[in-house]
Design a protein around this ligand. Structure first.
Ligand SMILES: *Cc1c(COP(=O)(O)O)cnc(C)c1O
Length: 392
């Protein structure tokens, strides 16, 4: 049969049925597996017998179904599921780096990613150079013969700057560095990161993949050789594996992720059309608007503007807080990619710990509100945003 489409794979891909032929994927909520005899146990640990399970930190049937379905969605050969997005980011980097290596990273990073790049890696003797991710000249200038990896979020949080995966990959591959992309804001639904040159793609599946605010999870995707040869040995011995229960929730999330992400995008486009140029706004940021400085790149890289918006209100923190408090549908929280619309004030929450200078450098002003668009009726979301802007 010819290659199946994403939506078909999201419903059927990776399914392995037990002897009962259940319709819904089974949760194998077990940490261990029984061996028929002592010889079988020995063979499994020696890896000479059939490829079966040993211990849930190493692998589990429900987790394996999730890994296979995610790999099909991303177009990757393989994946290793992790306990959270941060377990995935940490595992993707520390599994392949050693003291003396050099890494080049974009400087606009999720706070915990910044902690790993800025603090953890340095303590183990890895040298990290930070660059403006949107500036290919800075990437080029930062590369060294000992550069082993480059790291960036393909769409930055919360300023929604799109980083050119193909452009950075061409530069990194010249010195043989692996391209590690945190692709959360781009979503696995729109991602074509591997064909654009990414070697390792990381997701927090807490976001769009669960998409219903229930579980933490993450995944590292790449070639079979890299995932099974480099990532798995590190992950299975250091404890960041995904729980089978969370894998099952994520499998159910995958069945609907493409429908949800497209509905979210529809809402984002509707809000963007209604808000662009609004007199209460200093700036409205959405990569799916022609006015976004990287609109062409967003269309080439993703084919859509995605599910996230940022509104910069005139009047700083006070105006931003009035706007947040006046919203009646969108809730104030800090997750994203959820079925529910969620608003965040990064300067006082997710990015509070950054210095004033760093926030200014990253464009995170006191008036900026991040809006993760949910699957509610677009007309209701537009009405909610407009009435909240009126209240400012
Ligand atoms: C949320 C997020 C993470 C971390 O994911 P968790 O599942 O919360 O550990 C990493 N990178 C990006 C871009 C994120 O949005």
């Amino acid at each position: 049969m010819s290659e199946r489409g994403k939506r078909t794979n999201l419903v059927h891909g990776g399914t392995k049925r037990s002897q009962w032929n259940e319709v819904s994927e089974a949760i194998f909520l077990t940490q261990g597996f029984v061996y028929d005899n002592a010889e079988a146990a020995e063979a499994r640990f020696l890896n000479t017998g059939p490829d079966e399970y040993i211990y849930a930190r190493y692998g589990n049937p429900t987790v394996a179904m999730f890994e296979e379905r995610m790999a099909l969605l991303e177009g990757a050969e393989d994946g290793f599921a992790c306990a959270s997005g941060m377990a995935a980011v940490n595992g993707a980097l520390t599994s392949m780096l050693k003291a003396g290596d050099h890494v080049v990273s974009a400087k606009a990073l999720f706070g915990s990613c910044l902690y790993i790049l800025e603090d953890v890696l340095g303590r183990f003797g890895v040298d990290v150079t930070f660059v403006d991710g949107a500036n290919l000249d800075e990437w080029r200038a930062a590369m060294r013969p000992d550069t082993k990896a480059v790291f960036f979020e393909s769409m930055s949080n919360p300023t929604l700057e799109v980083i050119d995966i193909a452009g950075v990959a061409a530069i990194a591959h010249e010195v043989g560095a692996l391209v590690v992309v945190d692709n959360v804001f781009s979503t696995p639904v729109y991602s074509k990161a591997i064909e654009q040159g990414a070697d390792v793609v990381v997701y927090s599946t807490t976001k769009h993949v669960d998409g219903q605010g229930r579980c933490l999870g993450g995944i590292i995707l790449g070639t079979k050789d890299h995932i099974r040869g480099v990532v798995e040995p590190y992950m299975k011995h250091t404890g960041g594996s995904l729980s089978p229960f969370n894998a099952w929730v994520m499998l159910k999330g995958l069945e609907t992720v493409a429908l949800r992400v497209r509905a979210q995008t529809e809402g984002a486009v509707a809000i963007a059309k209604a808000c662009e140029g609004h007199p209460k706004l200093e700036r409205f940021i959405y990569p799916g608007l022609k006015s976004h400085p990287q609109y062409d790149l967003a269309m080439r890289q993703l084919g859509a503007g995605g599910t996230m918006l940022s509104l910069v209100l005139k009047g700083g923190k006070e105006a931003a807080f009035r706007f947040l408090n006046a919203l009646e549908i969108a809730i104030i929280s800090n997750n994203l990619g959820d079925a529910k619309s969620i608003v965040t004030h990064p300067a006082t929450t997710t990015h509070q710990r950054l210095s004033d200078e760093t926030r200014a450098d990253l464009g995170i002003s006191d008036g900026l509100v991040r809006f993760s668009v949910g699957i509610e009726d677009p007309a209701d979301l537009v009405a909610d945003v407009l009435q909240a802007l009126d209240a400012v």
